[in-house]
Design a protein around this ligand. Structure first.
Ligand code: F6R
Length: 234
């Protein structure tokens, strides 16, 4: 894994943006995208840039089960407001949280990924090492499926909701196997609460206990970290 240390989130956003720009110059057509607070500065860079994304396809990692795209807490709403409303893409895909038939929705999403192989996948990381909503214990060959959120993830995500009871307990998420199919992966992490996960991902032996450690088997991963998130690295 290649590690890029940055001083702050603005610099991290610029670094990630430059990697996307370079990728597009060399033919990348499909971006795998994440939500959460981490990629916000990257999306700001993309919105402020003069890059044209109208021939690009975006495929998002996950969505809460039960939330429609016009719900302000949904990941579809987040993506529209952070990026797609400002920079139109040829197509943007986010799992449909309102689809009650999980098997059908996950098969549909896997088909989308099959038809749009991801060139560059952007990832954040959970404090427990999750990527997407792939919590500890997720098999590394998993594809899109309905997952239960762990108490620590619900706790971490409650900041976006009125109360912890409002945080959905399930999500549709691309699997670790789906993520590993991306040609290039850029994982971004800021802050001391990510330091343990970043250490487990990079320096500990690969294990389902830290889902992000699966990235050790991928040959094109760049990790963008600030000082606090990289504090435990040797
Ligand atoms: C979001 C996602 C999650 C987040 C992770 C970090 O689509 O898949 O894995 O990347 O929970 O979230 P933040 O960036 O809010 O710390």
């Amino acid at each position: 894994m290649k590690i890029i240390q940055v001083n702050n989130q603005e610099e991290g956003g610029k670094q990630a943006f430059n990697l996307i720009k370079q990728g597009m110059e060399t033919g990348a057509k499909v971006l795998g995208l994440a939500t959460g607070s981490t990629p916000i500065t990257l999306y700001k860079e993309m919105v402020q840039s003069d890059l044209d994304f109208s021939e690009m396809v975006a495929v998002n990692l996950d969505e809460y089960v039960g939330l429609a795209g016009d719900n302000e807490q949904s990941y579809r709403y987040f993506m529209n407001h952070q990026l797609f409303n400002h920079k139109p893409f040829k197509a943007s895909y986010v799992p449909d949280g309102t689809e009650e038939d999980a098997e059908k929705e996950c098969a549909r999403y896997d088909q989308i990924i099959e038809e749009n192989p991801i060139d560059i996948q952007i990832l954040g990381i959970g404090t427990n090492g999750h990527i997407g909503f792939n919590e500890p214990g997720t098999p590394f060959d998993s594809l899109t499926r309905k997952v239960g959120l762990t108490p620590s993830t619900i706790e971490a995500n409650k900041r976006f909701f009125a109360s912890v009871e409002d945080v959905p307990t399930e999500a549709y998420s691309m699997g670790i196997g789906s993520i590993l199919k991306a040609k290039e992966i850029i994982l971004i992490a800021y802050g001391e609460n990510k330091a343990e996960a970043i250490y487990n991902m990079i320096e500990k032996e690969m294990s389902e206990d830290c889902p992000a450690s699966a990235l050790q088997q991928h040959d094109n991963v760049t990790v963008i970290v600030d000082q606090a998130a990289s504090a435990k690295l040797s």
